[in-house]
Design a protein around this ligand. Structure first.
Ligand code: ZN
Length: 512
């Protein structure tokens, strides 16, 4: 007799259908599992056998083979416990097979028969809905995450025995109420620092607004304590709110990474990630024994902030190039290959010199010219090609701060950002931000009248900048004009774009 139970394997953040087949036949009593990695088999056997036993079900003395199909799919983790246990129960005649129709099972079992949560439930729920499963069975701690997906009945029993009683109609469970994601969004929104809390720094705040509006990557240079980190943290609050579809995609990544909790099952606002400069390649782009999303993917649809960027190793920064170009992270290992979305905005910060005080009056810089040159040269290279905006963030003296009025709120700035975004999408095509315009598209969408072209050429001659720097300037000027809003790039838009290149570390020529 052959029994089939439906579950899934995770491929990146996609769930793929897997069938658990259970076969009983006469012969020497064994329990064999085919289709799981070798190391996982013994543990799965122990858990399933004990969970069944402690729920009052004992395996018969038969030859029992469990097969997870298709065989070619890499399968890891403990989420096959629950479907395997259900398959055994059907084969043992404890639950009629038809009671499982339209059900998808995903969860780990503990030895005493309770269901345990596993990472990656949101993609599973999205799959269940799109594949036409009416019901999804998961552990209680994964319930609110699964119930984010509308039009799917999610059941989250405490124990295997509760699930059996539910399936048999003895003690039916109610499907979980849909998770209120608007509530999460409001709560999470309140945790983002507001621009109004930053006094002064009008120049840097303006740069942040331009970066948000055009999707431009940005580098901030300034001494410690000037507020670079606070500015960066405020960025998600001026970017457009995520749609539910975007939020579900982002949450799916965090789900697979095992970073959600029952009390916070939803990533409702644009992520802000700031890995330390000692971060490894793996932690940045992903990898590990099982495919695991890295910081670039956890920052998907949000902000990746690299503080003290010259302190990151060259080889680590090198791996950022691919996701910055393609919006995806590809991970290749001998045992698997995976891809995760990684469409993030890069904010970076650095000091002007190793001691941090070069050019900022108050304290003297103690660095030698060679040290300063060495520090700044670590910033050259291909990564800087992807950074359109360079802005200086000077310290604001305390006595000046006190006298300053509070600035605009993030909400006010966001309204302008959103208007500039919709102007861009209408002109460039849906979802195409100015930051990705290149070559022909740039010529087409950022054409310049003669007086504006002259300013650009003059500045170019004076400062000797390269063709690439030229492109970055056009993109920024286009965004400045969209914020105005103005269909044409006028003289003042170009002038503002040019001034953003002067303060920062990235020189005109050296970067291009
Ligand atoms: Zn110094």
């Amino acid at each position: 007799m052959l029994v089939r139970v439906q579950t899934v394997a995770l491929d990146g953040i996609k769930a793929v259908s897997v069938e658990v087949e259970v076969d009983f036949s006469p012969g020497l009593p064994i329990l064999g599992i085919v289709g799981l990695p070798e190391g996982a088999v013994r543990e799965a056997k122990d858990r399933v056998r004990a969970a069944l036993g402690n729920s009052g079900f004992h395996l018969p003395a038969k030859r029992i083979i469990i097969n997870l199909a298709p065989a070619h799919l890499p399968k890891g983790g403990s989420s096959y416990d629950l479907p395997m246990a259900l398959g055994l129960l059907v084969a043992m005649g404890k639950v009629p097979g038809e009671r499982l129709s339209g059900c998808l099972f995903f969860g780990e079992l503990s030895l005493d028969g309770r269901l345990r949560g596993v990472p990656g439930v949101l993609p599973v729920a999205l799959f269940a809905r799109s594949a036409g499963f009416g019901r999804l069975m998961v552990a209680r701690e994964n319930g609110s995450e699964a119930a984010l997906v509308p039009d799917l009945a999610v059941f989250a029993p405490e124990t295997l025995l509760d699930l059996v009683k539910h399936l048999m109609g003895e003690v039916p469970l109610a499907p979980l109420p849909a998770t209120d994601w608007h509530g999460w969004q409001e709560e999470a929104q309140g945790e983002i620092p507001d621009l109004a809390e930053i006094k002064g720094q009008e120049y840097a705040k303006r740069a942040l607004e331009i970066a948000a509006a055009g999707g431009h990557n940005m580098l901030m240079t300034g001494p410690p304590g000037s507020g670079k980190t606070f500015l960066a943290r405020a960025m998600p609050g001026i970017l457009p709110e995520m749609s539910l579809d975007e939020a579900l995609e982002v949450t799916a990544i965090h789900s697979v990474a095992g970073r959600l909790s029952p009390s916070r099952p939803f990533v409702a606002t644009r992520p802000f990630r700031s890995p330390h400069h000692t971060a490894s390649k793996n932690s940045l782009v992903g990898g590990g024994g099982q495919p695991h999303p890295g910081e670039v993917s956890l920052a998907h649809k949000g902000v990746l902030f690299l503080d003290e960027i010259p302190e990151f190793s060259r080889t680590v920064l090198e791996v950022l190039r691919e996701p910055l170009e393609s919006g995806e992270a590809h991970i290749s290992r001998t045992s698997y290959s995976a891809r995760f979305p990684a469409d993030f905005q890069l904010l970076a910060a650095c000091n002007p010199c190793p001691c941090g005080h070069l050019g900022h009056g108050g304290r003297p810089c103690r660095c030698s010219p060679a040290q300063v040159a060495g520090y700044q040269s670590r910033l050259s290279g291909p990564l800087l090609d992807r950074i359109d905006l360079h802005v200086e963030v000077p310290p604001v003296p305390a006595e000046v701060l006190v006298a300053l009025p509070s600035g605009e709120s993030s909400r006010q700035v966001r309204a302008r950002v959103m208007r500039a975004r919709s102007i861009q999408y209408e002109r460039n095509g849906m979802g195409i931000r100015n930051s990705v315009l290149n070559g022909k598209a740039l010529e087409h969408h950022a054409s310049l009248a003669a007086p504006v072209r002259r300013i650009l050429l003059d500045a170019g001659q004076r400062m000797g900048f390269s063709a690439r720097a030229h492109g970055r300037l056009l993109r920024v000027a286009r965004t400045v004009a969209d914020l105005a809003p103005s269909a044409e790039i006028a003289v003042e838009h170009m002038a503002e774009a040019i001034q953003f290149r002067i303060g920062g570390l990235g020189s005109w020529g050296g970067v291009g």
